[in-house]
Ligand binder design. Structure first.
Ligand SMILES: Cc1cc2c(cc1C)N(C[C@H](O)[C@H](O)[C@H](O)COP(=O)(O)O)c1[nH]c(=O)[nH]c(=O)c1N2
Length: 218
């Protein structure tokens, strides 16, 4: 199957216009068929040894969201103490989640023992199952953008809070908690860039030929 130039352009448009969304969610239900499509896209991610270690927990219950939001507030307060001066003020002013505003939460997990103890491709790099689950997150994120759905990844919550709220057993790793929903608009630049946290690094500085450069610029 060949991808036509128009289809290629649609893929790049999706990649470059994807955003991490925290503040623009609107109160509009995500239809079941749309949710099914983005989850199926996530499920078609690459995975080491084809172990497909992920599961997806859909969260609509407002009590669950409230508990996870509380977990965010606690972790966020602790995180703020790690920054100093102007950086701390800047950190505290950022909106870093949309847990209660987003109509859906999706928790992505990783079952590290899903296909047994020896996994093709994971023998010398045991973390490959975790990376595979992150590939599922990225597939979901891009598929959601193609459906004009915003996604925001919230990692400022301790795993135990998510584990307890969603009854996730100890042997299952929490990979991501995603806020998902329709949005007023997609910003053209990342929030962290818009609000002066960090700029986008020049792509040319990230690309090297043949070996690591002598003076790798930040
Ligand atoms: C693993 C991981 C974890 C997080 C994020 C991303 C990823 C990949 N990001 C979103 C992050 O800030 C964002 O992707 C970058 O700032 C770039 O912006 P765009 O995603 O291009 O809009 C994120 N954002 C946020 O507001 N709260 C968070 O806890 C996190 N956590």
């Amino acid at each position: 199957m060949t991808i036509s130039p128009e289809e290629r352009d649609a893929v790049y448009k999706t990649i470059f216009s994807r955003r991490d969304v925290r503040r623009e969610f609107i109160d509009k239900k995500v239809p079941d068929d749309v949710l099914e499509r983005i989850l199926l896209a996530a499920h078609h991610a690459p995975s080491v040894g084809f172990m497909q270690p992920w599961d997806f927990i859909i969260v609509e219950n407002s009590n669950s969201k409230k508990k996870i939001k509380q977990g965010f507030l606690e972790a966020h307060e602790q995180a703020a103490t790690l920054f100093e001066g102007e950086r701390k003020t800047q950190y505290q002013a950022l909106k870093l989640e949309g847990i209660e505003e987003a109509p859906l939460g999706i928790c992505v997990t990783c079952d590290r023992s899903r296909t047994g103890s020896v996994v093709l491709g994971k023998t010398v790099k045991p973390e490959m199952d975790l990376f595979s689950a992150v590939c599922a997150v990225q597939n979901l994120w891009l598929a959601a953008r193609a459906e004009n759905l915003g996604v925001g990844w919230v990692s400022i919550v301790r795993d135990e809070v998510i584990r307890e709220t969603l009854k996730i057993p100890e042997n299952i790793d929490v990979i991501a908690y995603l806020c998902v929903g329709y949005v007023e608009q997609f910003q053209t630049t990342p929030d962290l860039e818009r609000f002066g946290w960090l700029p986008r690094r020049d792509a040319k500085k990230a690309i090297h030929f043949e070996s690591w450069p002598d003076n790798n610029e930040a």
